[in-house]
Design a protein around this ligand. Structure first.
Ligand SMILES: NC(=O)c1ccc[n+]([C@@H]2O[C@H](COP(=O)([O-])OP(=O)(O)OC[C@H]3O[C@@H](n4cnc5c(N)ncnc54)[C@H](O)[C@@H]3O)[C@@H](O)[C@H]2O)c1
Length: 336
């Protein structure tokens, strides 16, 4: 059985997903590429052999020859399109975040609860990255004792021009909110957000430094710096009572020139997490085939958990104070 996929949003991420589905994920066919720009949809459909190029995402979701939907359009479209796919009874791989609004995440959760099953696999692909998985399993085996802290650094070369100051928290940091919650298996209770002196908080790509507390009393710190200039760089360290696990970036080459050995940074996230995207997308096709939600994938509840800490983070930034995080009860559909 081949799962026919419609990709909605054919920008940087959508085109990469199209390539993966067309070339690297067995059991899936790239059926439709949909983008607000027809030119863009046609280009990506042509590059990766999709049968149809469209501009209307609802039409793409409702087509009889589409079994599953991959949403890679901008953040504000994720929840409305997810709701349309749930209504149509089609599984979704939705890029992060599910929404920047926790209320909107709850609407998606309500739709899944009413349907009595999960449809939304959320694109928090770091859960599939080998370094984070080793970190989590080392903790599970007791190798580093009880976890105490987790340090996270997330740096991009340059923030996109449409990035507001707060998007460091609502668009970039959700990766760290999710993966630290996944590794530590704990929910957040409070967040404090700091910025270096003299920074204009509304400036595109302004750096933020967050300290998040969880219900196990552990501290998670997160630096987001979207104008780091030198390269895409994600670092992390899980500190336990008896040791630590440090994330290494996979480096395939060292350049030896002019009496110097150099390792290079990628310009963006795609090379660093290439394998994670591939495994995530394979898991999604398996989900679409079997209806069995992938064991470690993020779901709509995880999307809500990331959104609520991001909302509290924005408040903490604006008010310059520590903000407590209160969540609604987890519906049984998402019981661990
Ligand atoms: N998982 C990750 O590591 C990761 C990395 C980057 C971006 N993302 C997420 O992926 C999403 C897309 O990011 P991007 O960098 O590819 O952005 P992008 O701007 O490169 O692409 C977005 C595309 O969506 C199209 N579009 C806009 N509104 C649409 C609509 N209503 N219907 C159909 N198409 C529409 C645009 O024309 C554009 O081609 C964002 O939500 C972002 O948060 C995830």
């Amino acid at each position: 059985m081949t799962i026919k996929i419609a990709i909605i949003g054919a920008g940087l991420m959508g085109a990469d997903h199209a390539r993966l589905i067309a070339e690297d994920v067995p059991g899936a066919t790239l059926q439709v590429v949909c983008d607000a720009s027809l030119e863009r949809a046609l280009k990506v459909a042509d590059d990766y052999g999709a049968a149809h190029a469209l501009t209307d995402p609802l039409q793409a979701i409702l087509r009889d020859d589409v079994d599953a939907v991959l949403i890679a359009s901008p953040d504000e479209t994720h929840a409305p399109l997810s709701l349309a796919a749930i209504e149509a009874g089609k599984p979704v791989l939705c890029e992060k975040p599910l929404s920047q609004s926790s209320e909107e995440c709850l609407r998606v959760i309500k739709a899944e609860v009413s349907a009595g099953r999960q449809f939304i696999q959320l694109g928090f692909m770091r859960r599939y990255d080998q370094s984070y998985r080793e970190m989590k399993s080392a903790l599970g085996r007791g190798e580093i004792g009880d976890a105490v802290m987790m340090h996270n650094f997330h740096r991009n070369v340059e923030a996109p021009s449409n990035f507001t100051g707060q998007m460091a928290i609502t668009n970039s940091a959700p990766h760290e909110f999710d993966v630290a919650r996944f590794v530590l298996d704990a929910d957040y209770t409070a967040i404090s957000v700091f910025q270096p002196a003299g920074i204009d908080a509304s400036r595109t790509g302004a750096p933020v430094f967050m300290v998040v507390e969880n219900d196990k009393g552990q501290l998670v710190n997160i630096e987001i710096n979207n104008n780091a200039a030198y390269g895409y760089d994600v670092r992390g360290e899980l500190v336990g009572q008896k040791g630590s696990v440090f994330l290494n970036t996979p480096i395939h080459t060292t350049y030896n020139t002019n009496l110097t050995a150099t390792e290079r940074y990628a310009p963006d996230w795609r090379p660093r997490f290439a394998e994670a995207y591939r495994i995530q997308n394979k898991a999604f096709v398996e989900f679409a085939k079997t209806g069995k939600f992938p064991a470690i994938a993020a779901n709509s509840w995880d999307g809500y958990c990331a959104a609520i800490v991001a909302e509290a983070g924005v408040q903490a930034l604006v008010k310059r104070e520590r903000i407590a995080i209160t969540m609604v009860d987890r519906p049984n559909l998402y019981a661990r």
